[in-house]
Design a protein around this ligand. Sequence first.
Ligand code: B12
Ligand code: SF4
Ligand code: SF4
Length: 227
Amino acid sequence: MDKQKLHDELKQYAFGMGAVLFGVADLSKVKHEFELDEEILEKLDKGISIGARINPLVVSEIEKRPTQLYLHHYKTVNHFLDQIALKLTNYIISNEYLALPIPASQITDWKKQTSHVSHKKVAYLSGVGWQGRNNLLVNEKFGSHFRLVTVLTNMPLKLDKPKDLACGKCMNCVKVCPAGAIKERPEDFDHIKCFEKVREFQKNNLINQYICGICIRACRGSCEASR
Ligand code: B12
Ligand code: SF4
Ligand code: SF4
């Protein structure tokens, strides 16, 4: 089957399950960065990036701190993405190719705060969005109102390319970050300040999770529903 057809078939399958973003990245040059067994990585050279919407009304409630509603939504969307990734993986395997779903949100090294694979990196390389000032992936339609998951595979799929887009003059997230972690240049983002703030929220806010959501709220894209 041709690569474009397989790409479109998987995209349709993912969208049919409720995904709103989809792209395929060539990972051959970056996969050495991933925290996975070399033997596994040798066999997999593509990453399928899938995005699911974060509900704008849930996020609109976050003013100074994360809310209970957001906590539940965060967990539900992670679970939803893991289910989509699992179904897509099984579909690929049933077509005699290899596939590995990467958890939507699992920290493997708490000291370094890393996971097996960077979903943002795969999403950027597959044209899903760009690295915003808020250090999140930003898409022209959804802003940062989406979460991500990745499926690694060796299926011969048509590859997508990174998009040449950036934040431009927008400074919405810089103005609202309670930690002062977001700067004008995306590369100056202060991970430590952000982490200290989410830890403070976790301790004082009765929310047993390192979440915030304020910089998601600020980044609305052109999605009508998020205004
Ligand atoms: C650990 C973690 C955290 C840690 C911080 C880790 C860190 N140092 O950034 C904590 C707990 C603080 C955290 C906070 C948040 N997180 Co978090 N987190 C993760 C997790 C589980 C692992 C990230 C990781 O491995 N980082 C290690 C570094 C090496 O990788 P990276 O941060 O992804 O960075 C890569 C890219 O930034 C890229 N890169 C760097 N510079 C540049 C420049 C350019 C131009 C390009 C193209 C790429 C690029 O290369 C880096 C390395 O490959 C991911 C899930 C995952 N598996 O990816 C979610 C994830 C990144 N988190 C997410 C979110 C939404 C949040 C929060 C908003 C929390 C919340 N839900 O309320 C905050 C936002 C903080 C912020 N503004 O960045 C989403 C981001 C979705 C999106 N649209 O981008 C993810 C992808 C989870 C998901 N399933 O969607 N997170
Ligand atoms: S998650 Fe909160 S503290 Fe971290 S960068 Fe976003 S707004 Fe700032
Ligand atoms: S709020 Fe504006 S500056 Fe911040 S990441 Fe989104 S588009 Fe970029």
